[in-house]
Design a protein around this ligand. Structure first.
Ligand code: NAG
Ligand code: NAG
Ligand code: NAG
Ligand code: NAG
Ligand code: NAG
Length: 188
């Protein structure tokens, strides 16, 4: 994981960032969470929801293994997520998930769902995450840094499925272009 500390005036959503603008920072042991920002999405935290990535301002309902995700900084390699809190089942406190790597679907994948894995397939990209300031980007096969994150509407106004690389053909008005950042909203 590479991180830089410059501040950004803006980041064009769904865009490519020149490689020269991305620098690296030494790793730290801090843990952090990810937050989604876009139209009417004011910094919703990321949840693990039965293997899928979800952003919302409350815990996604109807999931069996679900919880807010905390990531650990690593100098390189996958972003490993663990729950911010245990859940209690039948009086026993245990983590709802453990050591789950965040992935985005690969360029040839027909699936757009961002999720978690412990054993990435060739269609799951776990090791191309890059920081641009507080913005999370993904390096594509051409070496460009991209932010192709989308929030897909659900039947709940305040809960969105986290998707990757939606094109016009896929978009039926259910997708909102978002950025993913490593800092909570200032009012949090
Ligand atoms: C959750 O389950 C209830 C009852 O089965 C159902 O009415 C509701 O639509 C479900 N919500 C989601 C988000 O799946
Ligand atoms: C919780 O306890 C009930 C009753 O003993 C049992 O049927 C159920 O399977 C338990 N749930 C889990 C997740 O262990
Ligand atoms: C969470 O669950 C694990 C495994 O059951 C346990 O070792 C740990 O102490 C729990 N943590 C908290 C904060 O309860
Ligand atoms: C996005 O999808 C297009 C095909 O729809 C593909 O050509 C491109 O490589 C994908 N980009 C990323 C970064 O996955
Ligand atoms: C990961 O997946 C490969 C291919 O399916 C399998 O051979 C391997 O045992 C899996 N490893 C783990 C740790 O699950």
């Amino acid at each position: 994981m590479r991180v830089i500390s410059i501040s950004l005036a803006c980041l064009f959503l769904g865009s490519v960032v020149p490689a020269a603008q991305v620098a690296s920072r030494s790793s730290s042991s801090d843990s952090y969470s990810l937050y989604a920002f876009g139209d009417n999405i004011g910094g919703f935290p990321m949840y693990y929801s039965d293997g899928n990535a979800v952003v919302g301002n409350r815990t996604p309902p109807n999931a069996t293994n679900v919880g807010k995700v905390s990531f650990t900084h690593d100098s390189s390699g996958p972003m490993v997520g663990n729950p911010t809190a245990n859940t209690t089942v039948n009086g026993t406190s245990k983590p709802p998930f453990e050591n789950q790597q965040l992935f985005v679907p690969g360029p040839d994948s027909s699936d757009h769902q961002i999720g978690f894995t412990q054993n990435a397939t060739s269609n799951q990209v776990t090791s191309k995450f890059i920081w641009y300031g507080h913005f999370l980007l993904v390096e594509n096969d051409g070496g460009e840094y991209t932010s192709l994150f989308y929030a897909k509407k659900t039947e709940h106004d305040d809960i969105f499925s986290l998707q990757w690389n939606i094109t016009d053909d896929d978009d039926e008005g259910d997708f909102i272009s978002i950025s993913m950042r490593g800092l909570p909203p200032s009012n949090a």
